[in-house]
Write a protein that binds this ligand. Structure first.
Ligand code: NAI
Length: 246
């Protein structure tokens, strides 16, 4: 399904990004497993992919940094000749109530989640326009759709990602590029492991399926959007959230 495609997945060393990398590779893509801090994690993902007959390489880059991101995309294009799939998955949380939220908490989350997504799109779009093809998938969140108390920074960043997605979809459609967002609800990863039992119970009570989702359930949707099966879909926000945001 994705044979011959070059895919870059940001923040792919663990969690949802890891599953996206595995799923894209399983479907035939060559995957660049981006990571920032932990090379070990990225190497484990690459090893798992290659053991299963797929192809992948680790690539260190802080997506919040405009020039580092530019260098990463340039190197990918130089080495592999094209870039077909860009998945903006890297993200962080720094939750706090607005009256306690520091400027640093706000800035850090915006820099990674929103500016990081802008950075890769900014640099990858030129190549995809040249190719007259490409799929961009941005990982947003139901927090960006519904808002979420204690997450002013995070919800604003993810709502920003949704605005960016729709705008990119409009700018790039004429060039044969699909740009969509996937908005997960509560997914079992290290990001949600830190939540208290009380918060988890409260969250589950708001989910029609009455359970957290699995990273694989997000990865399947991303893989579909990355494929030609989704050729007529652009500018959409697909919620993978057990029915939370409807
Ligand atoms: P995670 O914390 O397990 O993984 C995030 C990954 O991003 C980590 O590998 C981290 O090292 C990487 N990363 C962080 N900053 C980076 C940077 N500057 N440059 C490169 N990589 C960086 O989180 P999880 O749960 O896998 O989340 C993945 C995405 O899904 C994030 O964008 C998150 O906001 C989003 N999401 C997660 C939900 C959940 O319930 N787990 C719900 C909704 C959205």
């Amino acid at each position: 399904m994705l044979n011959g495609k070059i895919a870059l997945v940001t923040g792919a060393g663990r969690g949802i990004g890891r599953e996206i990398a595995l799923e894209l590779a399983k479907n035939g893509a060559f995957v660049i497993v981006n990571y920032n801090g932990s090379r070990e994690h990225a190497e484990e993902v690459v090893k798992t992919i290659t053991e299963n007959g797929g192809e992948a390489v680790p690539f260190q880059c802080n997506v919040a940094d405009f020039s580092e991101t530019s260098a990463m995309i340039q190197e990918v294009i130089q080495k592999y000749g094209h870039l077909d799939i860009l998945v903006n998955n890297a993200g962080i949380t720094k939750d706090n109530l607005i009256m306690k939220m520091s400027e640093e908490e706000f800035d850090r989350v915006l820099e990674t989640n929103l500016k990081g997504t802008f950075n890769t799109i900014r640099h990858a779009s030129r190549q995809m326009v040249k190719q007259k093809s490409g799929k961009m998938i941005n990982i947003a969140s139901v927090s960006g759709v519904l808002g979420n108390a204690g997450q002013a920074n995070y919800a604003a960043s993810k709502a920003g990602v949704i605005g960016l997605t729709k705008t990119m979809a409009r700018e790039l459609a004429a060039r044969g590029i699909n740009v969509n967002a996937v908005a997960p609800g509560f997914i079992n990863t290290e990001m949600t492991q830190v939540l208290s039992d009380a918060v988890k119970e409260q969250a589950v009570s708001q989910i029609p399926f009455r359970r957290f989702g699995e990273a694989k359930e997000v990865a399947k949707v991303v893989s579909f959007l990355a494929s030609d099966a989704a050729s007529y879909i652009t500018g959409q926000v697909i919620c993978v959230d057990g029915g939370m945001a409807m």
